[in-house]
Write a protein of this length. Sequence first.
Length: 333
Amino acid sequence: MNIYKAKDNRYDAATYRRCGRSGLLLPPISLGLWHNFGSVDVFENYSQIAFTAFDRGVTHFDLANNYGPVYGSAEENFGRILKKGLGRYRDELVISTKAGYDMWPGPYGNWGSRKYLMASLDQSLKRMGLEYVDIFYSHRPDPETPLEETMGALADIVRQGKALYVGISNYNAEQTKRALALLREERVPCLIHQARYSMFDRWTEPELLPLLEQEGVGMIAFSPLAQGMLTDKYLQGIPENSRAARTTGHLQASRITPEVVQQIRQLHEIALGRGQTLAEMALAWLLRDKRVTSVLVGASSVNQLLDNLKALDNLNFTAEELEGIEKIIMNYE
């Protein structure tokens, strides 16, 4: 794995990793704006998170067209952050966005058609006040649109100068293999694949990760803390203010079973032995794999961001630690 550590003090906290066989380096921890940057959130809080992230070496900021709530508001607010001062460092930033999920009413505001992808990116650029993004993703495969159309649109977006690189997200191994081949034919290689990956969600390991390594494509993991399950929050069950306590959302209370709580406690004990929190260890566990270019973390406060960045202080695992972790998580369902 090729790594780079910049001399500028701003970057001392992060060791950069090459994204597949490309020329692009990414920080091992990137900031995702899925939550906490929407219209319902406080500008001073999330702007401070973004500036602190950059000051600590997090150069990559990941968005999508419908991040919020409301749809589009995360991009609008990130545009405000750029205008507030972060934009002066544009050439030191990697900014990504995506299209593929529901964005606007009617038949042209969803999935993977050429019309939707191109219109969505134009809107995203306007919201952020940018001429281009560094990475533009097809956010999910479209079962009705020919993959040739979706990948052709991505290639043309690069040719138009609206994105420097393209990626795919939520594609399985078979879909990924076809997408990579089509982009190769277009002479616009796929830079990166963004996939859900954590100790509790390892679907990428049998086929996708080996394929990405073989093809020289980077991988960035989202939901690395399994929607918060891989933190200290659920050591005693489900607290009232947690995601699992809500009636809506991706993490439902039914998933926090007594058996899962026991596994979380066992992993917590291993983390304590390493001098880490469970969240720090969960991030480090992903980053121990050289095929993982970066992991995406969200943050609702500066302190939470700084806590996550502490994972970089210890990325090494003993054979005994890995064996113990494997025994615990192999029982997770």
